[in-house]
Design a protein around this ligand. Structure first.
Ligand code: PHE
Length: 474
């Protein structure tokens, strides 16, 4: 069905937007710490296998669904097969839950950027005289009104861009993505000058990492973590790429884009690792610090660098904010586009601005319990620990729980069902027809076909089973 949906102005712009959605806190916050606690190299290898065997495939599947139908997830999936429509709803719900904690993480980063900026530019103490990164972080996360304020700021920033539609998304990403790579490379080069940084590379690229992190290798855990992390990092299994694909013109190649985006995202994750771990070792910090790595540990790292640390710290958190916002806007877009499409189907006006404001507000409300939960620090967990502890295996707090619920369960299930939808229900020729549109070639067609029907769904099912096994402590 043809429609006059707005379109990206070029393929480069689409790639930038998709990469912008993909690269985010998942790469900078999630990947390095998960690699840290799952032991370096073995985790990296499992992760890479997951990207090739599942990431590339799901990326192609989502882009094809989006472009072929020209609709946002719920309507798009419903159009392919009515019975699968719930997968679109499920994805939209995931977007809400992810944004609930994602915005809080960006909010934290805003606070750090402001702290370092105050130290660098105004010579003020940006971190309330805290003696260590941990001391500041714990104190800050307990200041619920401040956390809510920074989270709110995040929503306001995102809403401005989403309200402008593809034009707003394009504008942000054109500056944000190249800027992000530039800062990342700058920090990597700076790291080379740090004595003791070599251990960071050993940690990442050899099997010694496990020992150094004081961890044991657990295969199920590594597979589950890598699989969930891969989906989260590539924004898959919940419809973000269906939405972005729906704005893609037929002249562009899905076959190629399905490789380019995962390639850049994986590069960014590895870059983030080599921007972070050498500095962690050079300053005598713990690589297995977990989710706090990006805040507590990196804060210590920048403080120990002396005056130049303020500049590097500021750049680092600006990078985190750029990466975070370009992803957050795609989360907001998934929900906004669904509502807008629903309105259009009913013959109503789009009212994008109003829709985006209401979506931002609703998402903000979901994030407030996370802000109030105080990240479960210290000790026993935050305000909501009691309610969630029995549900959340290994989760120390509500943020962890939202994270686990989405990337550990909802996204693998979404990805699995989308592969079944395209590989079995609609059938592979359905997808082939879209990929070959406009006389395109598809060199890896056979690989895709085998993966989408067998390999990817089986691996996604394995990730889900691993999740339950890890619940049972296996
Ligand atoms: N891919 C983003 C990241 O790595 C997170 C995200 C997930 C964004 C799902 C959109 C949809 O940070």
């Amino acid at each position: 069905m043809e429609n006059n949906r707005e379109k990206w102005s070029s393929n480069l712009v689409f790639i930038l937007a998709a990469i912008g959605s993909a690269i985010g806190m998942g790469n900078l916050w999630g990947f390095p710490y998960k690699m840290g606690v799952n032991g370096g190299l073995p985790f990296l290898l499992i992760y890479l296998a997951m990207v090739v065997l599942c990431g590339v495939i799901c990326m192609g599947v989502e882009m094809a669904i989006g472009r072929k139908t020209g609709k946002s997830p719920i309507l798009a999936i419903g159009e392919v097969a009515k019975k699968f429509k719930f997968v679109g709803w499920f994805g939209t719900l995931s977007a809400f839950i992810i944004m609930g904690f994602y915005s809080v993480l960006i909010g934290y980063s805003l606070r750090y950027a402001i702290g370092f900026a105050a130290q660098l530019l105004l010579n003020l103490d940006g971190f309330n005289g805290a003696a260590s990164g941990a001391e500041f972080f714990v104190a800050f996360t307990q200041e619920v009104p401040a956390v809510i304020f920074y989270t709110f700021l995040t929503f306001a920033l995102c809403a401005v861009f989403v309200a402008k539609g593809t034009e707003g998304l394009e504008k942000f990403n054109k500056v944000g993505i190249p800027g992000l790579f530039l800062i990342l490379v700058g920090i990597i080069v700076y790291n080379l000058t740090l004595p003791g940084a070599g251990q960071g590379y050993t940690f990442m690229f050899t099997t010694k990492g496990l020992e150094m992190a004081g961890a044991k290798f657990n295969f199920f855990n590594a597979v589950r973590t890598a699989g969930g992390q891969m989906l989260f990092s590539l924004s898959l299994g919940m419809g973000a790429m269906i939405t972005y694909g729906s704005y893609l013109s037929k002249e562009e190649s899905i076959a190629k884009n399905a490789w380019i985006i995962p390639a850049f995202d994986t590069l960014a994750a590895i870059f983030a690792g080599i921007a972070i771990f050498p500095a962690v070792f050079a300053t005598g910090n713990d690589p297995a610090a977990g989710p706090g790595l990006l805040y507590m540990t990196m804060h210590d790292v920048f403080t120990s660098m002396g005056a130049v640390g303020n500049l590097i710290g500021l750049l680092f958190y600006v990078l985190v904010i750029f990466a975070g916002i370009s992803s957050a806007i795609s989360l907001m877009e998934v929900v906004s586009a669904s509502i807008i499409d629903g309105r259009v189907a009913k013959g109503k006006k789009t009212e994008r601005k109003t829709v985006v404001m209401l979506v931002a507000l609703a998402m903000f409300i979901i994030s407030v319990p996370i802000c109030a939960d105080q990240l479960g620090i210290p000790g026993e967990g935050g305000a909501f620990w009691g309610i969630y502890s029995y549900l959340a295996d290994g989760s120390k707090d509500l943020l962890d729980f939202y994270d686990m619920l989405t990337e550990g369960f909802m996204m693998p299930l979404g990805a699995l069902l989308m592969c079944v939808l395209v590989g079995w229900k609609a059938g592979f020729p359905w997808m082939k027809d879209e990929v070959l549109a406009d006389g395109k070639k598809w060199k890896m067609e056979k690989f895709f076909q085998i993966c989408v029907k067998f390999v990817t769904p089986v691996l996604m099912a394995f990730v889900l089973v691993s999740l339950f096994l890890s619940y049972l402590g296996i």
